[in-house]
Write a protein that binds this ligand. Structure first.
Ligand SMILES: [Zn+2]
Length: 182
């Protein structure tokens, strides 16, 4: 069993749930964050939300600077809240560890401000514009509210994406694969 076996694939029921806020940050919260970071790095992902490992609580981990070796710079966000999402909408190709094998075009605001607690309980603020962090923050926080990247697509694009996803799964795609054969 590899760490990526931990990942709940679409259409896992937990991926559609509204996640509960974390009231007390304790040893269990830290264990969950560490388990999620391990899983995210094992799958070469840049973000992972707790429901993606089957736990419907408001916790996400993000590392947009990981290059597959060192230079790790993990962020742990507890009860993250988007306090501003504005700027021009930009379309980017997004992947998701719960949808191995596909990348879909998602339009999102290009500027975001997020407030969250860290593992020490400190209130942190993150601001990002026009970069991977900006996309990642919005994508991961969506997961905490039962929304996945395909929910941003038109019905026609969504069914096309799901068809490609099922083909990728049949071809043996694993979490972290962005297209079949890679
Ligand atoms: Zn995702």
């Amino acid at each position: 069993m590899s760490a990526t076996d931990d990942i709940v694939l679409y259409p896992g029921e937990v991926l559609g749930e509204e996640c509960a806020p974390i009231d007390v940050i304790d040893a269990e919260t830290k264990r969950l964050a560490n388990r999620m970071l391990k899983t995210m790095y094992a799958a070469d992902g840049c973000g992972l939300a707790a429901p993606q490992v089957g736990v419907p609580v408001q916790l996400v981990v993000i590392d947009v600077s990981y290059d597959g070796r060192k230079n790790r710079n993990p962020y742990v966000l507890i009860n993250p809240e988007i306090v501003a999402a504005d700027g021009e909408e930009l379309v980017s190709g997004e992947g998701c560890l719960s949808f191995p094998g596909i990348t879909v075009p998602v339009a999102r605001p290009s500027h975001v401000v997020v407030r969250a607690r860290d593992l020490e309980g400190r209130l942190m603020q993150y601001e990002a514009s026009n970069n991977l962090l900006c996309i990642c923050l919005q994508h991961e926080i969506d997961h905490l509210h039962g929304t996945t990247m395909i929910d941003h697509l038109s019905l026609a694009d969504r069914s096309e994406a799901l068809e490609a996803y099922h083909e990728a799964l049949e071809a043996g795609a694993r979490p972290g694969d962005v297209s079949v054969g890679e």
